[in-house]
Ligand binder design. Sequence first.
Ligand code: AMP
Ligand code: ZN
Length: 114
Amino acid sequence: MSDCLFCKIINKEIPADVVYEDELVLAFKDINPVAPTHILIIPKKHIPTLADLQPEDAEVMGHIVLTAKELAAKQGLDENGYRLVSNCKDDGGQTVFHIHFHLVGGRYFAWPPG
Ligand code: AMP
Ligand code: ZN
């Protein structure tokens, strides 16, 4: 997708503070962090929203969750915990229409969110 911000980051057309990359996923620091650790983990495949997922996307989605676990441990978050969030469409608060998971930690997050 040529006009997708996160595809441009994947293609290195826009800079990002990349913390992890492999053939399936990219992880980079959120430009507007809401916690001491705020990393976005995205599939390299352009999938606009969670509502667009297909059965063949199961591998990459599982890989994203496992990548989040590894990155959280590297950030020292595994003991106190963290939150892994993906916002879907308008009511979910999604603003960038390429699936992404927010890995946030280093402070307490209440549930339900205020
Ligand atoms: P969402 O509102 O769930 O769609 O999240 C989109 C996230 O992308 C927000 O937390 C933004 O701060 C973040 N973001 C937007 N542009 C960039 C960028 N160029 N580099 C890193 N993060 C970004
Ligand atoms: Zn995209």
